[in-house]
Design a protein around this ligand. Structure first.
Ligand SMILES: NC(=O)c1ccc[n+]([C@@H]2O[C@H](COP(=O)([O-])OP(=O)(O)OC[C@H]3O[C@@H](n4cnc5c(N)ncnc54)[C@H](OP(=O)(O)O)[C@@H]3O)[C@@H](O)[C@H]2O)c1
Length: 226
């Protein structure tokens, strides 16, 4: 996909990885809708702020009407509540699934016809090494990312005949608010991850693995649970 002439919508574009995606797409020449729950927190010159809570069905439909020229959707918005599945808060466990799975699905369903009507394009889903590695302490998050991985695979096949490629980005810790508790030497620069992922989307790569930890966990999947 030629990103230079693309019209992109990035969810959660006001901070963290999403802000890097929006900034780098602007640098590459794209038109960018920077979607955020509070559009007033979008501070990128040149980006078009757009109000979007991905768990709000009406807001999703409204965004698809406003951003009717989109050819590239980046499903980046995410939560990390740190909940185990047995001892954790049921409301927060549900929030992880509502955000990473149902939110991503709702935005994808709303924008697939938009992208198709604009001649085809691409979708990038931001996933995690935790799609494949499920430590007890973050069972809610990893379960939701695993579901979003399955979603990505199924939607890839469903949308291919409609001229839409689907890429999934899997990554370990990045230096954003979400991983503020993690020591600096265990985190990747999100600017590097965004650049790598955009190159992957441009090349039509279905699964983009951003770091050695992620590549190692993926390679070890056939060994079974540890
Ligand atoms: N940081 C890591 O170590 C890491 C590792 C692997 C994968 N990821 C994934 O990378 C993506 C970006 O995360 P990040 O690291 O940039 O985290 P972040 O700095 O905490 O940013 C999260 C973003 O998602 C937005 N968001 C959350 N719920 C939303 C909703 N219902 N509707 C719309 N926007 C919503 C937040 O908006 P508000 O500002 O309104 O809260 C914020 O813009 C997520 O999918 C995350 O799971 C992160």
């Amino acid at each position: 996909m030629d990103l230079t002439n693309s019209v992109a919508l990035v969810t959660g574009a006001n901070r963290g990885l999403g802000r890097h995606f929006a900034a780098q797409l602007l640098e590459r020449g794209a038109k960018v809708y920077a979607a955020a729950r509070d559009p007033e927190t979008v501070d990128l010159p040149g980006a078009i702020p757009l109000r979007l809570d991905i768990t709000d069905a009406d807001a999703v439909e409204h965004a698809a009407k406003i951003a009717a020229d989109v050819t590239l959707l980046i499903n980046n918005a995410g939560t990390s509540t740190g909940q185990p599945l047995i001892g954790g808060d049921p409301g927060l466990i549900r929030l992880e699934m509502e955000t990473h799975y149902f939110g991503t699905l709702a935005v994808t369903r709303a924008f697939a016809p938009v992208i198709e009507a604009n001649g085809g394009g691409a979708i990038l889903n931001v996933l995690s090494v935790l799609s494949w590695w499920h430590p007890a302490g973050v069972g809610a998050y990893s379960g939701a990312k695993a579901a979003a991985w399955a979603l990505s695979n199924a939607v890839r096949d469903e949308l291919a005949p409609r001229g839409i490629t689907v890429s999934a980005l899997h990554v370990g810790y990045m230096d954003t608010d979400m991983a503020a508790h993690v020591p600096a030497d265990q985190k990747t620069d999100p600017a590097i991850v965004a650049a790598l992922a955009l190159d992957g989307v441009a090349a039509g790569v279905p699964e983009i693995l951003a770091d050695d930890v992620t590549r190692g966990v993926k390679a070890g999947l056939s060994a079974g649970p540890r």
